[in-house]
Design a protein around this ligand. Structure first.
Ligand code: MG
Length: 268
């Protein structure tokens, strides 16, 4: 299934994407479906073109992984880590797939990070690697927007990684059965139509199963929690010369079988 959330008159409405239409669901929230509720239709299908997609889920926790592709570690001048590097995205980062992303006045080095996001299904606490994928509900595209100057100048990455709207995600959650092998997806990022990132998820240092298992040994992962699994090479800070996002830029992240998200960078 492709589980989405779209803007309704009284707030977000959960839906199933079928072809180029969305079918509203008779549940309060997309999280109910992630928790196992039947996705029962509650109305007529609506053309996707006529709805504004919201973030398909509002996770209780959003974890992110640093330096999970060798070539990306190299472009940032770092050694590949021996264990996953975990950090958090605060709730204020959650953003619809179309954004926009506000360019804060406190950074001059705003950057994109196209990433595969993992949505947890059944609660995962201290799960072994070989059972970890049983705890994945599905996958989506994420832009882990980053303020590089603040990432470098501050010991905690809260400002660097958790500016308002710094986590566009979607366009919907593709369930694990339809998404297929998470280590066999092509992930591409464009800025203003120029291809910047183009890598297979098979190049991850730590697999999705390893990341879910690792994080589940830190604290219990609850249904709807999201782990965004790190970005491949080709970020703006890794280019020579470096190129950062400016108001008016359009970032597009596309992943095999999951669709694409596209958002503009705008002035505050
Ligand atoms: Mg990242």
């Amino acid at each position: 299934m492709r589980l989405c959330s779209f803007r309704g008159a009284d707030g977000p409405v959960p839906g199933l994407v079928e072809g180029d239409h969305v079918v509203p669901l008779a549940v309060a929230d997309s999280l109910d479906v992630v928790r196992g509720a039947d996705p029962v239709p509650a109305g007529e299908a609506i053309p996707l073109a006529d709805v504004l997609l919201e973030a398909p889920i509002l996770p209780g926790n959003a974890l992110a992984i640093g330096l999970n592709y060798r070539a990306h570690a190299a472009e940032t001048g770092k050694e590949p880590p021996e264990e996953p590097v975990l950090f958090a995205k605060m709730r204020g980062t959650y953003n619809r797939p179309s954004g926009p992303v506000i360019h804060p006045e406190w950074t001059r080095r705003l950057d994109y990070e196209g990433e595969l996001g993992v949505v947890i299904g059944p609660r995962a606490h201290r799960v072994p690697v070989d059972r970890a994928l049983d705890h994945v509900f599905g996958y989506l595209c994420v832009d882990d927007v980053s303020a590089r100057d603040r990432q470098k100048s501050e010991p905690q990455w809260i400002r660097a990684k958790s500016g308002w709207g710094f986590m566009p995600m979607g366009p919907w959650i593709t369930s694990a059965d339809e998404a297929g092998d998470p280590q066999d997806m092509r992930i591409r990022t464009w800025v203003n139509g120029e291809l910047r990132q183009d890598t297979s998820t098979e190049d991850m240092i730590f697999t999705v199963a390893e990341l879910v298992s690792f994080a589940s040994h830190v604290f219990p992962l609850e249904p709807g929690d999201v782990i965004t699994t790190g970005t491949p090479q080709g970020v703006g800070v890794g280019l020579d010369p470096m190129r950062f996002l400016q108001p008016g830029d359009i970032v597009r992240v596309e992943i095999s079988r999951l669709g694409a998200i596209e958002h503009e960078i705008v002035l505050p």
